[in-house]
Write a protein that binds this ligand. Sequence first.
Ligand code: GAR
Length: 212
Amino acid sequence: MSTGDKPVRLGILLSGRGSNFLAIAESIRTGRLPGVQVAVVISNVAESAGLAKAREMGLASALFVSRGRKRAEHDADVTACLKAHGVDLVCLAGYMRLLSPEFVAEFRNRILNIHPSLLPAFPGLDAQEQAFHYGVKITGCTVHFVDEHLDHGVIVVQRAIPVLESDDAHSLAGRILVEEHVAYTEAIARVVSGEYEIQGRRYVKRTVLAQD
Ligand code: GAR
């Protein structure tokens, strides 16, 4: 992704707690994502703690309550807000709502999502519990580009952890969350670096041809 010399402007979409958003904000504050800034934080849930945090931090924020609204209409409002804030890269951070095809098309290959499993295993809700009850020995998290299908787009970063015998679904989710916070920053850094490209389903370093 290239924005020339201009900073890359993130639009964060969330529905709840917002710990992934806070991890991204902390990475920016501590210089781990140079040239990146949060342009706006948008929530679809009035009570979301992440939205309250964004307000406290003095960041631009917006609330578009989605309950009871048609997906396309709600998404049109969110899209307009992202555009008004000059957003280059949309980061879904616990945004518990499917995006309309129009939204995905508007920001093609410029929407990231984080999911608490090693996709394509355990898409959908409660991925950590799904993994725990399935009995896998290794799980983790995935940051991927968003396409028209649920938890499906090209994978940017994955981080794996073992499932311990002492785990329950709650402790497992907690240990995955620690990895999520690292993975999201890694993924944003890859995308804004301009050093990677999509080849089929693979996100790989561009090959630099040797000059003779
Ligand atoms: C995170 O575990 C994230 O991976 C998950 O919601 C949680 C949000 O936490 N997202 C999904 O399950 C999306 N399918 P946060 O609000 O503290 O970032």
